[in-house]
Design a protein around this ligand. Structure first.
Ligand SMILES: *Cc1c(COP(=O)(O)O)cnc(C)c1O
Length: 388
């Protein structure tokens, strides 16, 4: 064991070392996958570390430990999906309490909050968290829970986690940050003042578009325990096989993010210089980089020709997969208005700035020249506002 002061903290090292060398039975470098649902008790009255798979599983615990370390939290709960992770956090809101969420958040999160509000579980208010007066408004509203998504989906708007957290803490509330878009390879919300982090591990953390999963990481050990209690009570914990797959994906998170981000920077520069594109949303500005170590590999852009241009643009997607989701090794391109954000009604979409000409791109690991050529081909399908 290295001395305490040599315990690695850099994400590059943490992801590669996740659970490596922990096997006590045979010294396996990569620990085995434990599928057993139940565990023997050593003796009457003695409770083992693991007793039943819903409450605890060694493989799932390895993933939880790795994510807790990466996010600088007291612990993590691994759930069956990102939505299950967010829903679990909502258990912390008292009945009738106020939840504030950004007006342009992930479509599924928007739907979940509205559905819980309709049930009478709590009240929800959507707020543009990027407005300069957002912290003042939060101080006044004193929500029990604030949900932050930064960069936001799909417009990559930046919310100031430090200022918003301070405002919510003033009224005794908690802050949860959805860190799916940047991952702990680029951003650590707990270090910026948030109390909880949720991830859809489906995206960059697993990174191979083959596992649905989620995680909640809390800064405070008592809150972590409460969430673990809920996870066991409601049975939303993730499957051991999924955890093993996700651990495997996690080990390359930092190199994937480095390369995918390099590609995204080149594509953003290309799109910014093209007149068929009205605006490029890529979080590489000063404010974004004040709380993240890089802009990441997600970008979106507004086609100058609106919906007609989008129809032509998407007519033959070519190299890019025309699909929802993000964070995989392959590039994915989508149309938020009709795909990821279709659960939002037209008014909510307009308010959030999700226009019919908006395109979202999750930049993958293909060679940059092939990616540039693919974009050029798709843009070339747009003929002066006509459908080809
Ligand atoms: C995908 C996603 C979710 C939901 O996660 P699932 O794993 O699909 O349940 C939540 N937030 C963001 C930002 C996402 O991209």
């Amino acid at each position: 064991m290295p001395p305490e002061n040599q315990t690695p903290t850099r994400p590059e090292t943490l992801v590669v070392r996740a659970a490596v060398g922990t096997d006590s039975a045979y010294g396996a470098v990569i620990p085995p996958l434990y599928t057993s649902t139940t565990y023997t008790f050593p003796a009457l009255g003695e409770v083992p570390e693991f007793d039943y798979g819903r409450s605890g599983n060694p493989t799932r615990n390895h993933l939880a430990d790795a994510l807790a370390r990466l996010e600088h939290g007291a612990g993590a709960v691994i759930t069956s999906s990102g939505m299950a992770a967010l829903d679990m956090v909502l258990n912390l809101v008292p009945v009738g309490g106020l939840v504030v969420a950004p007006h342009d958040l992930y479509g599924g999160s928007h739907r979940l909050l509205l559905a819980r509000e309709k049930q009478g579980r709590f009240r929800v208010r959507f707020l543009d968290l990027t407005r300069p007066d957002a912290p003042a408004r939060l101080r006044k509203a004193a929500p029990a829970l604030l949900l932050i998504e930064t960069p936001s989906n799909p417009l990559m708007r930046i919310s100031d986690v430090r200022a918003l957290s301070a405002a919510v803490h003033h009224g005794g509330g908690r802050v949860v940050c959805d860190n799916t878009f940047l991952s702990p390879a680029r951003q650590n919300p707990l270090r910026l003042g948030a109390d909880l982090v949720v991830h859809s591990t489906t995206k960059f953390i697993n990174g191979h578009s083959d596992v649905i999963g989620g995680a909640v990481i809390a800064r405070d050990a008592a809150v972590m325990e409460e969430l673990a209690w809920w996870a066991n009570c409601t049975g939303v914990t993730g499957a051991p096989f999924d955890a093993a797959q996700t651990l495997r994906g996690l080990r390359t998170l930092c190199v994937r993010m480095d390369r995918q981000e390099d590609n995204a920077k080149r594509l953003a520069a290309f799109l910014r210089s093209d007149e068929r594109v009205r605006h490029v949303y890529y979080p590489d500005g000063e404010q974004a980089l004040a709380q993240a170590s890089g802009p990441g590999a997600m970008l979106s852009f507004e086609l100058s020709g609106g919906l007609e241009a989008a129809r032509s643009f998407f007519a033959r997607p070519g190299l890019f997969q025309f699909a929802e989701s993000l964070g995989g090794t392959e590039s994915l391109i989508c149309h938020p208005a009709s795909m990821t954000h279709r659960a939002m009604d037209a008014a909510a979409q307009t308010k959030a700035g999700i226009t019919p000409g908006l395109v979202r791109l999750s930049v993958g690991l293909e060679h940059i020249q092939d990616q540039l050529a693919a974009l050029e081909t798709m843009l070339g399908q747009i003929v002066q506002g006509e459908t080809v």
